[in-house]
Design a protein around this ligand. Structure first.
Ligand code: PGA
Length: 256
């Protein structure tokens, strides 16, 4: 049986108080209250409170990052306890933009994953290969090393409390989407590797696809057997584009 789909909008460093107001109003108007799939949005830290106070019921809200530390002299960082206090449901860890621009290592990402769980926040672990890595047939090795670091830190059972997002770096923000078959191949690989550790978790964990996902390709991607929704960047920035993806999740969730 397919897992419950999740459509997650990563707003990255976009938005303003006015933007958030408008988006919340539109999502309240457009999103059906009865849904068989999950929807989540990830604004910047300073917009979290506004989203949490104005979002439609049952839309989940998450941060794009968190500190690996509990608290203390860590200027400019935000802790898991603070996110939990605010009412965050989820948090992204290891987005490729942070891995590249902030030199986040697999070990650091794994610590952040652990930290989120410690405070009852569901982490979405982002993994994915660069185009050079794909061209040199390293996709599986890179993706598995990113996941293995988390298993080493928290164990496979706790990994299973999170979500994985496979986001090939070459497809993020480029308009170049992985084909549904390319996505399925990596998702299936992840699940089969996890099954070697724990079959139940392998079958239960949600694996999202991310990278230029939009209304026109969401159906094909989400209907792959091991693709459980999407982590959406550019197409999450207007309610219309985001709803076009949600509608595909809706169609695929009928009767589930
Ligand atoms: P994109 O971003 O949909 O704009 O490619 C996806 C992501 O980075 O999460």
């Amino acid at each position: 049986m397919k897992r419950k789909l999740l459509v997650a909008g990563n707003w990255k460093m976009h938005g303003s108080l006015k933007f958030v107001d408008g988006m919340m109003q539109e999502l309240n108007d457009m999103l059906p209250a009865q849904r068989n799939y999950d929807v989540a949005v990830f604004p910047v830290y300073i917009h979290l409170h506004q989203v949490i106070n104005n979002k439609p019921a049952q839309v989940l809200c998450g941060a794009q990052n968190l500190s690996e530390h509990d608290d203390g002299a860590v200027t400019g960082e935000v802790s898991a306890a603070m996110l939990s206090d605010l009412g965050c449901d989820m948090v992204l860890v290891g987005h490729s933009e942070r891995r590249v621009m902030n030199n986040e290592s697999n070990a650091e990402v794994a610590k952040k994953f652990a930290q989120a769980l410690k405070y009852g926040i569901q982490p979405i672990l982002c993994v994915g290969e660069s185009s050079v890595e794909r061209q040199s047939n390293q996709t599986f090795d890179v993706v598995w090393a990113q996941i293995k670091a988390v298993i080493d830190e928290v164990g496979v059972e706790k990994l299973g409390q999170g979500v994985i997002a496979y986001e090939p770096v070459w497809a993020i923000g480029t308009g170049e989407t992985a084909t549904a078959e390319q996505a399925q191949e990596v998702h299936q690989f992840i699940r089969s590797q996890l099954a070697l550790n724990d079959d139940t978790i392998a079958r239960r964990i949600r694996i999202l696809y991310g990278g230029s996902c939009k209304g026109s390709n969401a159906h094909e991607l989400f209907s792959m057997p091991d693709v459980d929704g999407g982590l959406i960047g550019g197409a999450a920035l207007t309610a219309q584009d985001f709803m076009a993806i949600c509608q595909q999740a809706d169609i695929l969730s009928q009767g589930v």
